[in-house]
Design a protein around this ligand. Structure first.
Ligand code: AMP
Length: 288
């Protein structure tokens, strides 16, 4: 496993990987899978890496806490970071290349170019976190341009992000297959997240409320309930029953457009954002 920081080093390592000989003579021998992360890795990230390892000849993991996707009141400065630990976790997974760019190299002085996706970024996370998706799409476009992978791996945990990246990939004609992997959960149902380290004691227990609320709504759906407002209410009631939880939104939306539904007939995304103390958690289920 090789770790690179600068863009020239990334390019020369990719050339070696693709040529198989280091001289760059044979372009693109073997497929490259990219797994973009912000580090502080857990089993959710590792599941993406394993999937990439299964499906691609070469696997590249990027670790970059992207400042432009954090709002001014969000947790950029305290976002957990531990590169040594991350590299230890990646080591057994036979990753070819780890890229850890610096913020200064990604956004040098005078930086002024942004990638913006429209409608699908507006509701849900986009409404609660203005500017978030502009940061996400810009950094992912930069990663795609630098690595030129054949496949890129994202988690269903960030359902709207996956929809936004699919849209951007189509719209900008990137020849990249977007692979979305299932949510990896703790035994009690809490979706794994780097931010779970913020949760202590009672808060950690209360954090299962997202899974409980989604499960209750799914149960209603499986018993024949299709009224989207009823499914939203089922989730709201479960969240309201947890004293340490504060709902930010619940949604029952179309899986692709993320528009709120009246009736849950096609592929449906149940999703929510909930504060437990100061920690903001998101989770979702796909129905249909
Ligand atoms: P992050 O480091 O939080 O930006 O996440 C990097 C990638 O891992 C994103 O595509 C996430 O959706 C994905 N991911 C995060 N948590 C999970 C999880 N619990 N299960 C599956 N994928 C996840």
């Amino acid at each position: 496993m090789h770790t690179v920081i600068s863009l020239p080093d990334l390019r020369s390592s990719l050339r070696s990987l693709r040529s198989g000989s280091g001289d760059g003579a044979l372009r693109h021998s073997g497929t490259v899978g990219l797994v973009p992360t912000m580090g502080y890795l857990h089993d959710g990230h590792l599941s993406l890496i394993r999937r990439a390892r299964d499906e691609c000849d070469h696997v590249l993991v990027s670790i970059f806490v992207n400042p432009t996707q954090f709002g001014p009141t969000e947790d950029l400065s305290r976002y957990p970071r531990d590169l040594e630990r991350d590299l230890r976790l990646i080591e057994p997974l036979e990753v070819d290349l780890v890229w850890t760019p610096t913020a200064e190299s990604m956004y040098p002085q005078g930086y002024q170019t942004w990638v913006e996706v429209e409608a699908v970024t507006r509701p849900l996370e986009g409404a609660m976190r203005p500017g978030h998706f502009r940061g996400v799409t810009t950094v992912v476009a930069k990663l795609f341009n630098a690595v030129q992978p054949d496949k890129a791996y994202f988690g269903q945990k960030d359902a709207q992000q996956a929809a936004v990246i699919r849209q951007m990939t189509r719209d900008l004609s990137y020849p990249i297959e977007i692979v979305v992997c299932p949510i990896v959960r703790e035994p009690d149902g809490l979706a794994m997240s780097s931010r779970n380290v913020y949760l202590h004691g009672e808060q950690r227990k209360a954090a299962t409320v997202l899974y409980r609320a989604l499960s209750r709504a799914k149960e209603a759906y499986e018993n024949g309930e299709r009224e989207a407002e009823t499914l939203r209410q089922v989730m709201k009631d479960v969240i309201a029953s947890e004293p340490l939880a504060q709902m930010q939104y619940v949604s029952c939306a179309d899986y692709d457009t993320l528009e709120e539904l009246e009736t849950a007939t096609g592929r449906t995304l149940l999703s929510m954002a909930v504060f437990v103390g100061k920690t903001r958690l998101i989770d979702n289920f796909v129905l249909g």
